[in-house]
Design a protein around this ligand. Sequence first.
Ligand SMILES: [Zn+2]
Length: 377
Amino acid sequence: MNSSGLVKRNDDADMMMQTMMMETMQPEHPIELERGVFTISIDFELIWGTLDLFGPDRFRRACQIERKEIIDRLLDLFVEFEVPATWCVLGHLFLERCGTSNGRKHPEIVRPVHSWHLKDWFEHDPGGAEGSDSLFLGRSLVEKIRACPVPQEIGGHSFSHVIFGDSGCSRETAESELAASVKAAREMGIEMRSFAFPRNEVGHLDVLKEYGFECYRGPERNWYESKNWSPQVKRFCHLWDVFRAATPSVALPEFTDSGLWNVPGSMVYFPMHGLRRYIPISSRVSRAIKGLHTAAQRKRVFHLWFHPTNLADQSGAMFDGLRRILESACSLRARREIEFLPMGSLAAADPLWREDSTNADLKTQGGISEVSVPSAV
Ligand SMILES: [Zn+2]
């Protein structure tokens, strides 16, 4: 297996990553972890994530803060705490520039037919090259992520934030989105293996597999998901869980029929705007710390995720909260109760977890620490 979206900084890191890139094997037995795992994934999309709902203006300011400050501050934190996070980057952000072909923007993309967006899917895309305040292009920011001294994984998030789980996203649309993303990433020398679905709506897993992805972030496994309740009631349950700092779900990665690993999310570090600003940041932090401790005790994965723009409102306090979460995770790591792993390593390392005596040696060599990249650089 060739390289991955995990960025390598030198030969040692390269060798270590090669060790990680063993052939993926389908487990015949339930997997187990040697210790808990802390995974962070970040949906990096600038304005594209809300374009179909609100146009380019509503979150313009948040995206400008994201460009100017948040990416740098996140990377600084990840260096300080040696966190190898997974950045699920929207394909359009890899582009150096974009324009029109025969008067049409992105003719390579088969347009989705989402019921809530009837105009051309690329109506707001201004084209041109990336500027210092571009909301649509982000190659310079991806380069910053790649240059991080603690290797960061670069994964995918579709090309233009089409909603894969919606019936308006055909197989052809999904294929065109993934083909364009993979092409744009490869032009930067990046091979992606991990994927976060726009709005977490899972769909077209077989197409994902076809385009070389190995794992995705599945929805959080909350207690109310199986209930036959309306989305509004479930949203209230989610807010209530955060308000009371309920322990988030922790899980083992699951090898699905699609041939992909599902690394379910545990908790979103959600922003201080809308209704959610009434929930104190301390509730988010307490909840995450409970998740970390539960992951350590039960040898499961605590998977925290967010958008960089989630830290745009009350930025200082939100970063302080994230720092408290990372401090707690680091003390568990120092006691060897938890390991920090990006999503792609969870998929790559799966042979090491099998309850199979042929892999016992690998397990006792510390399969998980073997794929922990920061100490190698
Ligand atoms: Zn474009």
